[in-house]
Design a protein around this ligand. Sequence first.
Ligand code: FAD
Length: 393
Amino acid sequence: MTDTPDLDALRSEVRAFLAAEAPTGWRDASRTQDDFVRTQRGWFAKLVQAGYAVPHWPATFPGGGRSLAEQKVIYEELAGADCPRLLLSFVSTYHAFATLHECASVEQQQRYLPRILEGETWCQGFSEPGAGSDLAAIKTRAERKGEVYVVNGQKVWSTMAQFADKCLLLVRTSADGPKQAGITYLLMDMKTPGVSVRPIHQIQGDEEFAEIFLDNVEIPVSERVGEEGKGWAVAQATLASERGLTLMELSYRMRGALSRVAALIRENGRQDDRGCLRDFGELVTQVDAVCAVADQFLDNRINGIERIGDASIVKNSYSRALRAYARLGLRLGGMAEQYIAPITFGDLNTGNWMADFMNSYAWTIAGGSEEVQRNIIAERMLDMPREPKAWVA
Ligand SMILES: Cc1cc2nc3c(=O)[nH]c(=O)nc-3n(C[C@H](O)[C@H](O)[C@H](O)COP(=O)(O)OP(=O)(O)OC[C@H]3O[C@@H](n4cnc5c(N)ncnc54)[C@H](O)[C@@H]3O)c2cc1C
């Protein structure tokens, strides 16, 4: 895609905004979790005000209704600038938005979507200790009593749940019939009595996700998305966003971050090292391919084309390229890069190659593991034979 004069003007406008407003010092190794949250909230508010936080939302919202080409320009500029990724609000602006926009009632949309732009943050309560890849095996139980569901159970790996106001919650309302048929989708206020959140302390020092314990939590029936027992279909909207749209921005960020690898090659005097240049060339090609796949995915969605497996292709291409990016950076950085930055919250391009390298492995699992995405592509897209039942836990 080449820029038209309008796109050129938008690019200059975004660039000028970023030059004036992008936060500084956010990679500082001495920052605390409070610093992280403050920076994230402040930066999100500025992006909303400038109209660059939710270009993929409908035009009825400030900054929404952007064409694919305009979204691309905005993401490219954000990715290329030295500004933090919105780790605290991506579940809200992508996953919660997609779910509410595609599946919720008009009343729920009107209640929650504007609040996201005011800074209300969401987390995703899908995975459980016994249900990850096999998500339909969830056991968190919701029993209807009059106008409320009484919920008991446990969720795990909920990104940023300790800072969230609301939760996209999958619960089991029936144990009869196929596993998927007994699942219901609820919107839960994290301050409801009976909800407790325990952050998970990770090996690199930060607490990116948390466990959520639910003890007789009462959630009004009006907070249900779709019908009782039809939550599995609603969850697909959340998951498609997780594996598709979110990754478009991330792919551009990775392309922007290639300049860090190029800088390392120059700093190490390896401009004439053919092996190093070959590895870099392969990486650039791989990252460009990821961006092309992500563009195609978004283009298809805008045109109403939804193919099972497309989001899985974006997800797997991204996570493979991310590993290659981080591995090359770590190899070039040498011993000096063995130090792990304390607070990175699963970001890439943290300024610390070891942290990027470790975070790149989280992406083999986040949003559905690579193996399971391959199964989806093979079985549901390419119509290959299903995996033998005995292999499935
Ligand atoms: C960074 C990160 C953020 C996350 N954020 C959230 C969040 O916000 N909310 C949330 O609900 N969850 C979140 N998760 C959890 C994530 O969705 C699950 O970890 C994921 O679905 C895998 O489930 P599991 O951990 O139970 O592993 P398992 O399902 O037990 O898988 C273990 C291994 O077995 C393999 N495997 C399993 N089944 C098959 C099969 N049929 N064929 C071949 N191989 C198979 C998997 O590929 C994997 O390698 C997050 C995870 C990560 C890493």
